[in-house]
Design a protein around this ligand. Sequence first.
Ligand SMILES: *Cc1c(COP(=O)(O)O)cnc(C)c1O
Length: 460
Amino acid sequence: MDDLTLLFQRAADVAARHRSGLPVTPVRPEADAATLRLAVDTVLREAPTPASEVLEELVTAFAPGLVATPGPRFFGFVIGGAMPAASAADMVAVGWDQCAFNGALSPAAAVAEEVAGGWLKTLLGLPPGASVGFVTGAQGANTVCLATARQHVLAEAGWDVGRDGLRGAPMVRVVAGAERHATIDRALRLLGFGTAVVEEVAADANGALDVADLAEVLDRGEQGPTIVCLQAGNVNTGACDDLRRACALARQHGAWVHVDGAFGLWAAASPTRAHLVDGIDLADSWSCDGHKWLNVPYDCGFAICAHPQVHAAALSYTAAYLTGQGGPTPAMGDLVPESSRRARGFAVWAALRELGRDGVADLVDRCCGLAQRFAEGLEVGGATVVNDVVLNQVLVSFGSDARTDQVIDGVQRDGTCWLGGTTWRGRRLMRVSVSNWSTTEADVDRSVAAILRVAAASQS
Ligand SMILES: *Cc1c(COP(=O)(O)O)cnc(C)c1O
């Protein structure tokens, strides 16, 4: 075999061994960053190093600092674990090394994004004519979608923001829920709106938008260009806004509706959970992640827009002749902020092919069922679940803030599973997110037992 084949085979072998070990290895890393820093060779060498040696050095140096985030007992943040076919597809994509700028540079990357984007729209119940930009994640998607919203509402007011910027532009109202994700605020900063522009809508008991308050907020201000940001999947509680009623209200005010559905949008793909995002198709733009609940490798997200021409007007190169060569318009490069870009379509295509429609629905249902099991197990053990577990997120208290933080810390050191803390409504809580395709009932039971063991020990 030639050197390249051996090298790639070795890389695949390292990756496969690591993944296969995840169900049994501790979730916490062997070495923290400080330890790793001391161990890693920091000297920039003068001479080249053969590729095979580089690979071995890399693995030896960095493997101790890996966290088992793709494993079945990582429940921190909202983290998926890449599925087998999607991981293999991404490896092949690295081998193919395509630039997903336009159809001329890679017909393969272009058509993979078209097909995978079409499947996504079907699964999520979004308009078939919507445009799909393949971005880095929901942060990227929120930024793209809000840039598109800004373009549209200002164009309606007779202002070309692409040419003239925001100075002297009509005031744009941005209405968003009190429990919106922090990436909405960052997008508003990047887009020159600033965060002070946000007119906040109160949240209901489980962290979804209070629709009556939305009506009041919309009525209160001066009518004009308006963007309403809704959410499917509160990052703490999993709650989804009442999209149907909220969209209807926003429409009455001529607003653009954006839905941040980084993980919650996937409820649409499950017949038993789709009611949570009823009315989803009524919005103008949607953010969704591939690397969270769809379990596609990092990084991968989708900026989806019901108005492809506006999407392209906001994002495309001004030198329009560069894009759209040989493909449909708008071309994929017209829908994202990047110029050169890796080909994310292959892994998404593979994930959806591997799962099929039933598999996606089952993935969503299974994670929701396991979240419920988590909640029940912890409550039986004396902990308090503070949210209504509607999706895959569980918030848990062990009493005081200090005690809850102590339990979280103990669980992280124990290594059976990994959970993080959050502050929700002024209270420190343990946050459980079940988003991984490989998590089983046994994983949940083992994790619940470990958490309760740590909690019992911390009481004495
Ligand atoms: C995770 C998340 C984001 C940010 O997604 P990234 O993929 O990390 O960029 C945005 N909104 C919500 C609701 C999220 O859960």
